[in-house]
Design a protein around this ligand. Structure first.
Ligand SMILES: [Zn+2]
Length: 119
């Protein structure tokens, strides 16, 4: 018996309760994604220039050439707390919009599942 099932039995949650909890978690994730999409300026006081490859287009971004870059971080995925870096706002938006779309789709599915229960 897995832990989730044990907890379910323990607090005697209905399927509807579980969907509601998933919905709440989803809302928190949506808010977190909105908050963790931002522009970051390169520091100009570092001696050695550094760079990275844009997570979307693969283009090189260098601290001594560019002024700023963009970050989208999905904080609830533990392995990815520092976020992905992008060369432009357009590139970051592609990734951001895709993640957001998936979360909104999940929300819609959960809402529909709850409606089914109520029928
Ligand atoms: Zn890019």
């Amino acid at each position: 018996m897995d832990l989730a099932k044990q907890l379910e039995g323990f607090i005697d949650a209905t399927e509807d309760d579980c969907l509601l909890m998933e919905l709440i978690q989803g809302e928190l994730n949506i808010k977190a994604l909105e908050k963790n999409h931002y522009k970051k300026y390169f520091r100009n006081d570092v001696k050695r220039a550094w760079g990275f490859k844009c997570y979307h287009c693969g283009g090189n971004v260098k601290s001594d050439e560019a002024e700023a870059y963009y970050i989208v971080s999905i904080t609830w995925k533990v392995s990815n707390t520092r976020g992905n870096r992008f060369c432009t706002n357009d590139c970051s938006n592609v990734y951001y919009n895709r993640e957001m779309k998936m979360m909104l789709k999940k929300r819609k599915q959960l809402l529909e599942a709850r409606e089914q229960i109520r029928k």
